[in-house]
Design a binder for this molecule. Structure first.
Ligand code: AHG
Ligand code: MN
Ligand code: MN
Ligand code: MN
Length: 346
């Protein structure tokens, strides 16, 4: 096999760091540990039934329920362990927060504490795992408040309640036909493909860009009766096709793995909606702000797309709780702006 001329993730990070002379290297070490967790999860996912990793955690009957009220899959729990174990030891983190942990995770006392906070959804789309459909992991890096860095104290929920504009880095891994890592460190979006022989993420998609226009949308249409009028109007107009107000036919996709939908949109455009709806007044939306909406929002915006609640940019929302849910619309800029316009119009 000819020697590859491609960059590895490590090389990419080193090149990026050259923009910040004096950087300690902690940030790069953190991203490499996150990437290692994603590689470990990719292996576990790849073995499937052979690895004994499918099905519910703690058996089919009772099972364990996470703070979201969802039954945990074995792989939700295993993936969460990979993330915590592989990121707790290096001295880069002050604390972690995860979909699968009620409270912030404290760095064990035997390890040094660092200046970053890591938020993650260890396994996104986990309802798809038993049917062998793509799943992924999502991560968000924040800087810890200065008093946490100075004192090394335990982290609390409030430390994580920072708007998405404050993210230092964000991305996701997609465990599909190939495993990919999509990363933004605030300077565009780069896509890496896992070389299974080398175990390295290779830069295959530099400068990813979301096309401004699309004729593809993604929404769980079984919720139509709960949608608010602007969303209903937008979808109705798409469905009306060529002879409707949009004057073109639309195509629809719904994988029920947000990472997989985000990746499709990053590759060829589209719009994804899990909007605020009236299904359950206690849940203003389905997706979680801190470790789903914000990291995907940063990736979209860095790729020239847009991410919104329908009313305001997702990244400008001031979070109020760790597991807060929110309405989310993202993808091709012109479509997201149209949906925002429909929310403003009476
Ligand atoms: P998770 O598996 O991390 O709990 O997230 C699942 C999310 C998201 O990936 C997907 O877009 C959505 O839930 C699917 O919701 P529906 O079951 O309503 O289709
Ligand atoms: Mn879940
Ligand atoms: Mn998820
Ligand atoms: Mn999850």
């Amino acid at each position: 096999m000819p020697l590859s001329r491609r960059f590895t993730l490590t090389q990419y990070l080193i090149e990026e760091r050259r923009r910040f002379p004096g950087a300690s290297g902690d940030f790069n070490a953190l991203i490499l540990d996150v990437a290692l967790a994603c590689k470990a999860i990719a292996r576990a996912v790849a073995f499937g039934e052979l690895g004994g990793v499918l099905g519910n955690h703690n058996g089919e009957a009772g099972g364990s329920i996470n703070v979201q009220g969802e039954t945990q899959k074995k792989l939700d729990v295993i993936s969460n362990q990979y993330f915590t174990r592989l990121n707790e030891w290096g001295g880069q983190l002050a604390g972690m927060a995860s979909e699968e942990m009620d409270e912030p995770y404290q760095i064990p006392k035997q390890y040094p504490r660092g200046k970053y906070l890591l938020g993650f959804d260890p396994l996104d789309g986990s309802s798809n795992i038993d049917v062998n459909v793509s799943v992924g992991s999502i991560f968000s890096v924040l800087r810890a408040p200065q008093d946490v860095i100075d004192s090394g104290r335990d982290v609390v929920e409030a430390d994580f309640l920072q708007p998405g504009t404050k993210q230092m880095a964000a991305g996701y891994a997609l465990y599909g036909p190939t495993t990919m890592l999509i990363l933004t460190v605030g300077n565009g979006v780069a896509g890496f493909t896992l070389d299974p022989n080398l175990g390295e993420f290779m830069l295959t998609h530099p400068n990813m860009h979301v096309p401004e226009d699309t004729h593809e949308f993604a929404i769980n249409a079984s919720n139509a009766r709960f949608w608010e009028p602007p969303v209903k109007r937008y979808v109705d107009e798409c469905l009306a096709g060529k002879t409707g107000p949009r004057g073109k036919d639309f195509n629809m996709r719904w994988i029920a793995s947000m990472v997989a939908e985000a990746h499709r949109i990053l590759m060829r455009g589209g719009v994804f909606m899990y909007p605020r709806d009236t299904k359950d007044p206690s849940k203003p939306g389905r997706l979680r702000l801190l470790y789903e909406a914000n990291p995907i929002g940063m990736v979209m915006e860095q790729a020239g797309g847009r991410a919104s609640t329908g009313r305001e940019p997702i990244l400008s929302v001031q979070p109020t709780s760790l597991h807060q849910r929110i309405g989310l619309v993202f993808g091709s800029k012109n479509e997201v702006e149209r949906i925002e316009r429909y929310h403003r119009e009476p």
